[in-house]
Design a protein. Structure first.
Length: 118
């Protein structure tokens, strides 16, 4: 069985600048980094609070929990085998292997694992 580590909560936004300002100025979260006008990561202590527009959000309009694991494929299969559903099968992007799934109650999960550096 793979190890799991909840690392990120991804929230949807239609206005990244406005959302960054809200979480920074209202709640005191520090900006860790941003990627253009579509994604930002804020320091939430042990968990990163991510803000994403539809361009970068795994399930636009929903809250998604990012879970780091050493075996994305096995995690997605385990969810599917136990009443959940795969929304986006395991795939590699520029930085990590990911799978987007719904748990057995329809909650969004993103399993991810960093790709080895070349």
């Amino acid at each position: 069985m793979a190890d799991y580590d909840v690392r990120m909560i991804v929230l949807s936004t239609d206005d990244l600048d406005d959302s960054i300002a809200f979480y920074r100025d209202t709640l005191g979260f520090e900006l860790k980094f941003r990627d253009g006008t579509h994604f930002a990561a804020l320091d939430g202590g042990t968990v990163t609070l991510a803000l994403a527009t539809a361009l970068d959000h795994p399930i636009p309009g929903k809250v998604a929990v990012g879970i780091r694991t050493d075996d994305v494929d096995a995690a997605a299969k385990a969810v599917e085998d136990n009443g959940g559903a795969i929304l986006r099968a395991p795939y590699d992007d520029a930085y990590e292997r990911r799978a987007v799934v719904y748990d057995h109650m329809g909650n969004g999960l993103v399993f991810y694992s960093p790709l080895p550096k070349p």
